[in-house]
Every structure is written in structure tokens, then in C-alpha cells.
Design a protein around this ligand. Structure first.
Ligand SMILES: *[C@@H]1O[C@H](CO)[C@@H](O)[C@H](O)[C@H]1NC(C)=O
Ligand SMILES: *[C@@H]1O[C@H](CO)[C@@H](O)[C@H](O)[C@H]1NC(C)=O
Length: 271
């Protein structure tokens, strides 16, 4: 224009700057929006404007995370990869080790379901995350494996023998093992828990001779593993009921715990 025009910049309809060139240094995501350049010539009484939509890309917060869960009654594994937020949303996909599978690409959150028994022990998977801000993909890795050994279970008396605590544990594995308790009639006593399952009973002699079973399952196992014990009220046996001795000699009185579980203490009384 001749004579030259006056330039004004607007951001989302509010005036922010006068001049032809508006420089934003270290732009932030909050500066996203519509920038309008308005040129007016007071001498010629004319004006014109043009708008620019500015988009600012940024990464999601934190890091891409991988988790493994059991599903379908501990028969399947679900690989879950998550990286929420960012603009645009991160593009995620699961790959098996380094060989690429033609797998679904999803945004912010991608899951992959596999049948546990078809999955070899120690299978590794990677989740790749791509985003315009990243030069190369971000990655998280996870290895699916069954835990070492077997579940372990035991009973313990607590708080002046008022309660009996049934304890079952089997740590390790990914996903974690699920453990639950069953009573002597095969009824479920406590719902499945991950890695450790403690169940508390009120002490009661009716439990004597009764068997308690802890069952453990993991998608990579073909069947549940078990551990079990019987609770036993203490039963004492004395070697002899009567003992006669000469005055002045030493006497040793012995009684034997025939059975007890958990442990008992033995106390002697005189009258
Ligand atoms: C400006 O407008 C954009 C797009 O409508 C909006 O996302 C942004 O929050 C607005 N910014 C401010 C400071 O109002
Ligand atoms: C699976 O691998 C883990 C870790 O290497 C090992 O501890 C576990 O015993 C393996 N399970 C079986 C069933 O071989």
C-alpha cells in the first residue's frame, strides 16, 4: 500500500501487537489460537485482514508405561500401553521383541490380548510411541513370565490366640499370580488377591482337623497350583499317668504334643 499501512496483530480477537512482524519466542502450548493481522490505512480509509491458526505440538506428560494384566479367568494376558495427553496424541503400538507385527496402532492407549498358554515363558514385548516432537520412537518393554516355584501357605495364631491367620503367598511373575482360599468343602473363602492373600478366622475348635487350601493361578500355567494344611487343636499325651519315686530322687515329668497346628505352648501346673 502506498502510503504505507499500519499493522495490528490480534490474538483470539484481542489486540496484542503493532507492527508487521510479531515474534513469539519460546512458544508455549497456551499460545495456541488464531492470530489475525490487521492492516489499515487511515489516509485511504481502507483496511484488510488475514488470519493464521497457530498449533503448538507438545509431548504427553511423564513417560510411556507398559503393564500386564490377567484376564478371562487368568487364561489370557492383556498387554496395556499408556501415554495420555500431549498434542497431537502419541501413536502407540505393540511389537514382539524386534520383529514387527502388523499390529493395530492406537492413540494414547493401546492394548493387546494374548492367550496365556500360547505365550512362551519370558516373552518380551515392546510398546513403541511416536509423536511429531520425538526424533525417534519412545519405548517401554515388558516381559511376561510365570513365577518361580510354588505358592507357600501357613497358619499363624494372632492376638492372644483369638484369631487364626491363614497366609498364602507366591511373589513374582508378570502378570502377578492370583491367590484365593478354599475351605474343606471346597467353598471359596476369600476372593482372589495378587501375590499375597491373608485370611483371618475367629479361633474355634470346630476348625480342628479341617483342611484349608490356597489355590494360585497365572495365565502361563495350564492349571492352578495349590498348597494346603490342616488346622489341629493340640492333643497331649503323657508318657505315664502315675509315677512313684523315693524321696530325695530326681523326677522328670514329660508330656508330648501328638498333634497341633499352628504351634502350641506347653504349660505345667502344680495342683
Ligand atoms: C484462543 O483460541 C483457541 C482456539 O479457539 C483456544 O484453544 C485458546 O484456548 C484461546 N486462548 C485464549 C488465551 O483464550
Ligand atoms: C519362567 O521364567 C521365570 C524367570 O526366568 C522362572 O523363574 C520360572 O521358573 C519359569 N517358569 C517355568 C514354568 O519354567
Amino acid at each position: 500500500s502506498n502510503p504505507p499501512s499500519e499493522y495490528i496483530w490480534f490474538y483470539n480477537n484481542s489486540k496484542i501487537f503493532s507492527g508487521q512482524q510479531y515474534i513469539i519466542s519460546k512458544v508455549s502450548r497456551t499460545q495456541t489460537g488464531i492470530y489475525t493481522c490487521f492492516a489499515q490505512n487511515l489516509l485511504l480509509k481502507t483496511s484488510t485482514k488475514n488470519s493464521i491458526i497457530l498449533t503448538v505440538y507438545y509431548l504427553p506428560d511423564g513417560k510411556v508405561t507398559c503393564t500386564v494384566l490377567a484376564a478371562n479367568n487368568y487364561k489370557d494376558i492383556i498387554l496395556s500401553c499408556l501415554w495420555e495427553g500431549g498434542f497431537p496424541k502419541a501413536e502407540l503400538r505393540w511389537v514382539r521383541s524386534h520383529e514387527e507385527e502388523n499390529d493395530i496402532v492406537s492413540y494414547s492407549n493401546v492394548t493387546k490380548r494374548k492367550i496365556g498358554l500360547d505365550t512362551p515363558n519370558n516373552s518380551s514385548y515392546s510398546c513403541l510411541a511416536s509423536h511429531p516432537v520425538l526424533k525417534s520412537d519412545a519405548i517401554c518393554k515388558t516381559t511376561v513370565y510365570s513365577p518361580y516355584g510354588n505358592p507357600r501357605c501357613f497358619a499363624m495364631a494372632t492376638k492372644n490366640h483369638e484369631f487364626i491367620m491363614l497366609s498364602c503367598n507366591w511373589e513374582g511373575g508378570l502378570p502377578f499370580v492370583h491367590l484365593w482360599w478354599k475351605d474343606w468343602e471346597n467353598n471359596l473363602m476369600a476372593n482372589p488377591k495378587e501375590s499375597v492373600n491373608m485370611h483371618v478366622l475367629n479361633s474355634n475348635t470346630n476348625y480342628s482337623g479341617k483342611e484349608f487350601t490356597c489355590e494360585a493361578n497365572h495365565p502361563l500355567l495350564s492349571s492352578a497350583k495349590k498348597c494346603r494344611f490342616k488346622l489341629e487343636a493340640p492333643a497331649l499325651a503323657a508318657q505315664r499317668n502315675t509315677i512313684s519315686v523315693y524321696e530325695g530322687s530326681d523326677v522328670q515329668l514329660t508330656c508330648v504334643l501328638k498333634k497341633t497346628y499352628p504351634t502350641s505352648e506347653i504349660i505345667w501346673y502344680n495342683n
